[in-house]
Design a protein around this ligand. Structure first.
Ligand code: HEC
Length: 116
């Protein structure tokens, strides 16, 4: 994953993110929809966007959206958080996930450094 992330292009992730757009907004300050707004998500506490009613499955998860956690969640949401109300199968291709995470990173004002 670190090698893929180092090469990943946010513009390509923006294309992959079309899969998410039925439920999520991406622009900073945009409203929550079926899912929470995804700006400023990399490194943020899990299930912490104000005004969004998360499932217990997600609020019970400790920690933050590290690159590793995002990659695991986006591979298979119900595998990472059994019972999550994100009814989405996942993004199977690792390179697509890396591009998506690079895109999310580009929408985060103070992202943690990329993993090595
Ligand atoms: C069918 C609707 C739907 C689709 C499609 C979807 N999501 Fe979600 N997403 C949700 C919901 C609902 C939640 C809240 C889950 C919960 O509370 O269990 C969520 C939660 C999340 C979270 C955690 C947010 C937080 O504040 O902790 C991330 C990150 C996320 N989604 C990313 C994505 C990405 C990236 C995609 C596209 C690849 C995507 N989602 C596709 C509905 C969706």
């Amino acid at each position: 994953m670190p090698a893929l992330l180092a090469e990943a292009k946010p513009e390509e992730g923006k294309t992959v993110a079309k899969k998410c757009a039925s439920c999520h907004t991406f622009d900073p300050g945009a409203p929550n929809r079926v899912g929470p707004n995804l700006a400023d998500m990399v490194g943020a506490d899990i299930a912490a966007k104000p005004g969004f009613a998360y499932s217990e499955a997600l609020t019970a998860k400790p920690g933050n959206w590290s690159y590793e956690n995002l990659d695991a969640f986006l591979t298979k949401p119900a595998g990472f958080a059994p019972g999550t109300k994100m009814t989405f199968a996942g993004v199977p291709a690792a390179a697509d996930r890396a591009a998506l995470i690079a895109y999310l990173r580009s929408l985060t004002s103070n992202p943690p450094p990329l993993p090595r």
